[in-house]
Design a protein around this ligand. Sequence first.
Ligand code: PEP
Ligand code: MN
Length: 339
Amino acid sequence: MLIVLKPDAKPKQIEKVCAEVRAMGFQPHPMPGAGRTAIGITGNKGPVNPLPFESLPGVERCIPVTKGYKLVLREMKPEGTVIDLQSAKVGGGKTFTIIAGPCSVESRKQMDQVARFVKDQGVNILRGGAFKPRSSPYSFQGLEMEGLEILKETGAKHGLATITEVMDTSTVEAVSAAADVLQIGARNMQNFSLLKKVGKAPKPVFLKRGMSATLEELLLAAEYVLHGGNYNVILCERGVRTFADHTRNTLDLSIVPSVQRLSHLPIFVDPSHAIGRRHFVEPMAKAALACGADGLMIEVTPDPDHALSDGAQTLDFKGFEQLVESLRPLAKVLGRTLN
Ligand code: PEP
Ligand code: MN
């Protein structure tokens, strides 16, 4: 059940509702919004009786929840979640945020060149994989701890927020200490131990859609993280597996408005991993902006043809510059701000 407070509810009244929820043996999840606070209840096995809450001062109404997810529901925060990364504010509908960087952190020099370049292009969030989930055990597995160190140093040097993938529960602490955002990769979207662990982490989570996950499964995976107490989750569409083989995956842009109707969480699009070929990244990035996504994740590196992973889908600097140039007028028409 969700309890929606009146817009003028006092902090004391909100605390009283939370205390009542705890007294029943459940956990309250108060989420303050622009207009009012909503409180999600978890820990209940069956339906919660709304009557004791409806008569409490400050309570507007109770919404019963029949799905397996509740804290991700738009009713919890109708205006949408905005995540403050200091260098960038993510979500909320107005801004369109670009996360950019190489697939893998390869060297200090590479990261320095990329950071300098993307910052100059107006990008505020730098990506770079240190722990890489590769299909073959013989492929480059990432620089691991050294990669984390390089990413952290580069972000600090250039004033960029950083994001990198955390592949297992044993490295959540190290990745949380090094990066500003924890990426959960497509292959791990339903790694429930990992979702529980990042639900307790002090950093926002960037949750990529599994390659055969439904919208409901994506929202349920996000619910794990919110249930742990971490309400800062960004969802990301990165292509799903279909019979179509002209691209690496099939970019399912229709999930963007579908997520936005159901959930308050920001939704990004990663055309690089969806398409798998650098030439089609720009048109699909424009489509992502046009359909209302909150931002993009784009792979870029100085010399993609010699990249240690995902070179075929990675833009070079010229390609990235062209991408940003093509997004600018579109963003203007749509009343969005690139950041
Ligand atoms: C990545 O971002 O480099 C990555 C491995 O993505 P995904 O999990 O979407 O395949
Ligand atoms: Mn990649």
